[in-house]
Ligand binder design. Structure first.
Ligand code: COA
Length: 167
């Protein structure tokens, strides 16, 4: 995964981010409360949500400097030491391991901050997302309401602080 990093989302990412979301076109491509389609909405989202809410963090996934996707940590539960993750990869960048890279980096971030459990709500029919989660050590679980989800227990050994290390 040479040349691929997670970094802060900035307002200059709005146009590329809007394209990623427009190409996806489906309301179920959810990262937290995200549902962004126009450039203006993307700008609003980045300003109001990604840059300000303290524990809903959105990261740019960049490859060779190009924004190729966005991933997030949200719904942190500080009593259960758990948090959810979400991710979207732009259509043209799929099937190159970027989702697995992003998931593995989010694991490192969460574990590095002392979280004990990472949760992902990925639908049963979302097979490539589920495949990426399983490849990153997640296992299936049933939520209390019967919804399928994935979880991964985290240990201190999963955590690092050098976010440029290979995923
Ligand atoms: C699901 C999604 C994130 C996958 O992104 P990606 O970068 O293509 O995934 P990866 O390249 O890491 O691939 C993961 C696995 O799925 C496989 N895969 C991905 N796309 C595939 C395709 N079109 N055909 C066959 N296999 C595919 C990969 O080969 C890989 O399998 P492996 O572990 O055996 O090598 C992407 O399709 C997406 O952004 N979807 C919309 C948003 C979404 O559903 N997010 C998840 C919910 S939070």
């Amino acid at each position: 995964m040479n040349g691929t990093i997670l970094s802060a989302l900035g307002e200059s990412d709005a146009a590329a981010f809007a394209i990623i979301m427009q190409e996806q076109g489906a309301k179920d491509a959810i990262i937290g409360e995200m549902g962004t389609y126009s450039k203006k909405e993307a700008e609003e989202f980045i300003k109001s949500s990604a840059l300000k809410i303290p524990y809903e963090r959105h990261y740019a996934i960049r490859h060779d400097g190009v924004l190729i996707g966005v991933c997030a940590i949200y719904n942190a539960d500080f009593l259960a030491h758990s948090a959810e993750i979400g991710y979207i990869i732009g259509f043209r960048y799929r099937r190159r391991g970027f989702a697995k890279f992003a998931i593995s980096m989010l694991i490192k971030i969460l574990a590095g901050e002392g979280f004990k459990l990472a949760i992902a709500h990925s639908k049963k029919e979302n097979k490539y997302s589920n495949k990426a989660l399983l490849a990153c050590g997640f296992e299936e679980r049933l939520d209390e309401d019967g919804t399928m989800a994935f979880q991964r227990r985290l240990t201190e050994h999963d955590g690092i602080y050098n976010l440029t290390i290979q995923g």
